[in-house]
Design a protein around this ligand. Structure first.
Ligand SMILES: Cc1cc2nc3c(=O)[nH]c(=O)nc-3n(C[C@H](O)[C@H](O)[C@H](O)COP(=O)(O)OP(=O)(O)OC[C@H]3O[C@@H](n4cnc5c(N)ncnc54)[C@H](O)[C@@H]3O)c2cc1C
Length: 434
């Protein structure tokens, strides 16, 4: 049995995460401005909306970034930044902040320019959408698990695993990526997109911690460094094609290796690189990125001359446990005072401080925050987010081949593409050129 609902145009948004909720809210607002009044269905397989929004930012939900330069923001997406510019322009971080504040979620910007609800609770972000849906009498279909989406003439037929099919005029696919699968984002939308004629690029985990072969970093779990530079040489079949990636920022030692904002950013640059015990990657860490090698030597020598009886490891201006571990690793007697350290030992340790080597042998399975890769962007109009191949089909959020660094960039992408897709679908006839 196919259910044909009465009324005018029908729009189904498949996936009730960040992008789907914003698409639905904006479609509902677009309708108010349009002559026609479509029916909107927000379809979610879970029994509640926004599971990932609730766990984002450790439950605090880092909704966006405090940066406002759009070019700079676009650069923080290793994939898709250029495509995103049009949606970002229409709904930049400042407008996102205003939207949430206007919808009863006061925000705060922290020192590192990450923006959170003042309440430090993602529940308030979700509540803002639930309020909009209630006010607009949006049909939120919870527990509706989509199995298949077919194009039938100018309409779409949505088949569920557990309910009768639904026929609509337009579909917005917002099923997300496949990270943190237990939240419901299991990559189903990639299959729907492919069945409607789209290409899905290679997929890979991104924004993950590194597992190191070296065991000594594990003993420093919890020790953090506010500013280091990480460098990794990407492998390739031809040695001449070797490409170096680097990123500066904070890191944290874990019981399995390394994590922190700089690690996450670097992980997204090498998202498509294989690194496992059979194919390890070498990472080097510059512990003093603001001091060139010669300057670091000069500074340390000066300090050592001024404090000849001080323990060398205490002269290093590093967390005590790390300084001690470095001495152990590089066979320097950790009880040596500055005047006892040999020139050879000094040269060796400075070299290590500037190029501390780690062997990366993997990512912790399932701990990545986002999926790199997704629906091929050249097949989508960046101004409307409508498919160029299948009129009436729209995309928003992580299902697209767009992923950003940590710091609010992925939710920002979900909000702005969601808004653009919702407005386009509700106010423009299908297949119109932007
Ligand atoms: C632990 C964690 C912390 C994060 N923290 C931040 C942060 O603080 N700031 C930030 O910017 N980003 C953060 N991210 C990334 C960000 O949360 C995501 O990029 C973003 O939520 C993606 O939104 P989306 O709407 O595209 O997809 P999702 O949020 O993944 O939503 C997709 C929805 O589609 C539904 N769905 C899937 N298949 C079907 C189907 N067949 N039928 C019906 N429904 C279906 C799913 O159940 C899900 O609800 C974090 C991610 C993780 C995992």
């Amino acid at each position: 049995m196919v259910v044909v609902y009465s009324g005018l145009m029908k729009i189904a948004i498949i996936g009730g995460g960040a992008a789907g909720m914003m698409a639905t809210a904006c479609a509902a607002c677009g309708i108010k401005r349009a002559e026609v009044s479509p029916e909107i269905f927000l379809i979610e397989k879970n029994t509640a909306l926004g599971q990932k929004v609730l766990i984002s930012g450790g439950g605090r939900c880092n909704v966006t970034t405090g940066f406002s330069d759009l070019r700079l923001i676009a650069d923080r997406y290793p994939r898709g930044g250029k495509f995103l510019l049009s949606s970002l322009h229409d709904f930049p971080p400042d407008a996102v902040k205003k939207w949430f504040e206007d919808h009863g979620v006061p925000l705060k910007t922290e020192a590192d320019l990450r923006v959170f609800p003042k309440s430090d609770s993602g529940k308030d972000v979700l509540a803002a959408f639930e309020h909009v849906f209630k006010e607009n009498s949006t049909q939120v279909l919870l527990g509706y698990d989509v199995a298949q989406v077919n194009k039938v003439g100018r309409s779409f037929q949505i088949h569920f695993k557990n309910h009768p099919p639904l026929t609509v005029d337009k579909v917005i696919l917002t099923t997300g990526g496949q990270a943190y699968r237990h939240t419901g984002s299991t990559g189903d939308g990639y299959t729907f997109a492919e069945s409607l004629g789209h290409t899905v690029t290679k997929l890979a985990p991104s924004l993950n911690s590194f597992i190191t072969q070296e065991k000594w970093p594990h003993t420093l779990a919890g020790v953090s460094l506010p500013m280091v530079t990480l460098k990794v040489r990407k492998r390739s079949l031809r040695p001449t094609e070797k490409k170096k990636f680097e990123y500066s920022g904070p890191i944290l030692f874990t019981h399995r290796g390394l994590t922190g904002p700089a690690v996450f950013a670097l992980s997204s640059f090498i998202a498509f690189e294989t690194y496992d015990p059979q194919h390890p990657l070498t990472l080097t860490v510059d512990l003093f990125p603001n001091l060139p090698h010669a300057e670091l030597e000069r500074e340390l020598e000066k300090e050592m001359k001024q404090n000849p009886k001080k323990l060398f490891r205490n002269t290093l201006n590093l967390p005590k446990s790390l300084a001690l571990e470095l001495c152990v690793q590089f066979q320097i007697d950790s009880e040596k005072t500055n005047n006892e350290l040999s020139k050879k030992e000094f040269t060796k340790i400075v070299e290590k401080l500037k190029n501390l080597p780690f062997t990366l042998i993997g990512r912790a399975a399932g701990d990545e925050f986002v999926t790199a890769g997704g629906v091929e962007l050249s097949e989508i109009d960046p101004k409307t987010l409508e498919s160029k191949l299948c009129p009436g089909l729209y995309f928003a959020g992580e299902i697209l081949n767009i992923d950003g660094f940590t710091g609010g960039y992925n939710l920002q992408a979900a909000w702005c593409t969601g808004r653009r897709a919702g407005l386009s679908a509700s106010t423009r006839p299908s297949g119109t050129k932007s």
